[in-house]
Ligand binder design. Structure first.
Ligand code: PMP
Length: 351
């Protein structure tokens, strides 16, 4: 059974004692009335971006919160989910002392961010069917293990992790369980953001870079208890989400029907591609996917990667990743792009 959980036991000492920077926009919050703003050393001439953005992104958080069925105080936004993940390391992991656990084959940034933050990254391979190995994970845990990263749907394998397994980890691991849901909008599974009240050690990250089609604006989302969000808020750069990003994201999140239509088209494209991939002579296995990409095992990934490149198609060669020998990862494109890929695969298949 879970012991009493208190986020204070996980916050780094320097963060606990930190008095955060208080920006001009934190100290005077506009209520919309016409005021003369001479507080932030901005250039007064209006050009759309001459003022600092809202450091708490209130408008954007309000629409996101409503859509996700959480309260705005459960949300922190970042410059991509990569920034959010980095902030988690900086809030909760003491360099050279603490460790985290990640589960290869998975998203490469958990390892890179561990290295940048001087935190040991304990790797526990997924099982051959790409699920977390709970016993092996729990064996790696010690008093310095602060976070476990679960990427579900997982990149590059494409599958979702079993909810029973995730539940077991949330219950048995006394530290923070970070579920990276970058690809959740392509999956029929319910987001773990709906389970916040049950698990005080749960942190969910999401992004506008995938289904929402906004990789260029860099908007990452962290959903967790307000206690966790308050800690991370203390250390985030004051204006980490710029004005243009807040505006673009707001418009896009409001236009959810358009996002859903594109997701529907991408999923239809995936279904079509899955059928074709199974007929290609050099493709040995196609893995099930809950994401907007498909992982396939080929006869020789290096050769096939080069052949596709020479025909103008860039895919991701994942052959160096554990359990992914000779695999290529295909992102689902537009109808036309998928047709181009299919034509090239068929041609290579006949050679
Ligand atoms: N998590 C996963 C699993 C990803 O695949 C990616 C991007 N490839 C990210 C996070 C980073 O997303 P963002 O663009 O929000 O930084």
């Amino acid at each position: 059974m879970k012991k009493e959980f208190s986020i204070n036991n996980f916050v780094r000492e320097n963060v606990k004692g930190l008095k955060p920077y208080s920006s001009a926009r934190d100290e005077y919050i506009s209520d919309g009335s016409k005021m003369v703003f001479l507080d932030a050393n901005e250039n007064p001439y209006e050009n759309g971006v001459n003022r600092y953005p809202d450091p708490q992104q209130r408008g954007l958080k309000a629409v996101l919160a409503a859509q996700k069925g959480v309260e705005p105080q459960h949300i922190l936004l970042g410059n991509g989910s990569d920034e959010v993940l980095d902030l988690l390391f900086r809030a909760f992991c003491e360099p050279k002392e603490d460790n985290v656990i990640s589960l290869p084959p998975t998203y490469g940034m958990y390892k890179v961010l561990s290295a940048i933050n001087n935190i040991e990254n304990r790797e526990v391979l997924l099982t051959p069917d790409f699920q977390p190995d709970v016993d092996a994970i729990l064996q790696q845990v010690d008093i310095h293990t602060k976070m476990i990263f679960l990427c579900s749907p997982n990149n590059p394998t494409g599958n979702s992790f079993s909810s029973d397994i995730i539940k077991e980890l949330l219950e048995c691991f006394q530290g923070l369980v970070v579920i990276d849901e970058a690809y959740i909008d392509f999956s029929s599974d319910t987001s773990w953001t709906t389970r916040l009240a049950e698990y005080p050690n749960l942190i969910v990250t999401q992004t506008l870079s995938k289904a929402y089609g906004m990789a260029g604006i860099r908007l990452g989302i962290c959903v967790a208890s307000s206690e966790i969000i308050n800690v991370v808020n203390k250390i985030k750069p004051p204006y980490n989400v710029n004005e243009l990003t807040q505006q673009k994201a707001f418009e896009r999140v409001k236009a959810l029907d358009l996002v859903e239509k594109e997701v529907g088209d991408i999923l239809a494209g995936k279904k079509e591609l899955l059928k074709v991939l199974k007929e290609i002579s050099f493709i040995e296995k196609v893995y099930a996917s809950d994401a907007n990409f498909v992982l396939a095992k080929v006869d020789n990934a290096d050769t096939r990667y080069q052949e596709l490149l020479s025909k103008g198609i860039v895919v991701r060669n994942r052959t160096t990743q554990p359990l992914c020998e000779n695999t290529l990862r295909f992102t689902i494109g537009t109808k036309e792009e998928n047709e181009q890929l299919i034509a090239v695969l068929r041609m290579l298949s006949k050679e």
